[in-house]
Design a protein around this ligand. Structure first.
Ligand code: NAD
Length: 266
């Protein structure tokens, strides 16, 4: 059960009077966890969603320990019934979700000739079907509120990356999805944007290092050598970009793809 607090931790009066509930998918760890914690610090009550509710406890506890409001939720974003039930529960227990961060993601990397149908379908489903189902379920709450913010996690891999035909297609697809939501929903006070990270240090990139047989520290050092700012990214780097795009200052920024990659990409 969510704890209700009447205040906006870290936000003071800044959050007063505006719709406050954010839902972050894939928020048990990594970029999603950092984003959930950051949005709570911005004064949002945050629904922390991942495949299993108990996996979300750590993120929710971090938010509550800092004085914020969190609700842990278990749902598979590819399952329409689970998505509907989760969004209904958020609306009932926290309030209407008017900020949605489509962050849940998986990789099933393989060169094309080795890529299975399951590798393809799984990655497309979690990123694209998941973002579609979540956005469709949340948009009515945003329309009713006359305010909404949708941010979907794309990737620098949308520009093409060896071994990631499935993932690159999904992440490029999210950019088209985002631009279309921006066009359709703008008149209701809703913006849609994508954040496209480069190399971020998380379990996902650790798994990639393991797959190619490299020590994670060596893998990061090698990646940092080709990043202009000279380091790999942290989940908090992405969370900061999401905080901006979901905040009040970004109401005229919509349909954009913001690369968060330590340098220019095109
Ligand atoms: P991660 O693997 O650490 O976390 C992903 C989370 O999504 C996990 O907690 C997982 O349980 C959850 N998830 C997976 N499938 C789900 C489903 N069907 N329903 C609900 N939750 C599900 O990954 P991360 O590195 O934190 O990445 C977060 C997002 O950022 C992903 O969309 C990823 O593709 C994207 N991204 C990551 C990087 C990077 O370098 N780490 C770069 C670009 C984009």
């Amino acid at each position: 059960m969510a704890e209700r607090t009447g205040t906006h931790p870290g936000g003071g009066e800044a959050g007063a009077g505006r719709p406050r509930v954010a839902l972050v998918t894939g928020a048990a760890r990594g970029i999603g966890a950092a984003t959930a914690v950051r949005l709570a610090a911005e004064g949002r009550a945050v629904a922390v969603l991942d495949l299993a509710e108990d996996a979300c406890a750590r993120t929710a506890d971090r938010i509550r320990a800092a004085g914020g409001t969190a609700l842990a939720l278990g749902a598979d974003v590819t399952d329409p019934a689970a998505v509907t039930a989760a969004v209904d529960r958020v609306a009932a227990e926290l309030g209407p979700p008017v900020v949605l961060v489509n962050n849940a993601g998986v990789i099933r990397d393989n060169l094309l000739f080795r890529m299975s149908e399951d590798d393809w379908d799984t990655v497309i489903a979690v990123h694209l079907r998941g973002a579609f189902l979540m956005a469709r379920a949340c948009q009515k709450h945003m329309v009713d509120a006359g305010f909404g913010r949708i941010v979907s996690l794309s990737s620098s891999s949308a520009l093409g990356n060896r071994g990631q035909a499935n993932y690159a297609a999904a992440k490029a697809g999210l950019q088209g999805f985002t631009k279309t939501l921006a066009v359709e929903l703008g008149r209701f006070g809703i913006t849609a944007n994508a954040v496209a990270p480069g190399f971020i240090e998380t379990d996902m990139t650790a798994a990639t290092a393991a797959r190619v047989g490299m020590d994670f520290e060596d893998f990061k050092t090698a990646a940092a050598a080709s990043i202009p700012v000279g380091r790999v990214g942290r989940p908090e780097d992405v969370a900061g970009a999401v905080a901006y795009l979901t905040g009040d200052d970004a109401g005229f920024v919509s349909g954009q793809v913001l690369y968060v990659a330590g340098g220019p990409l095109d």
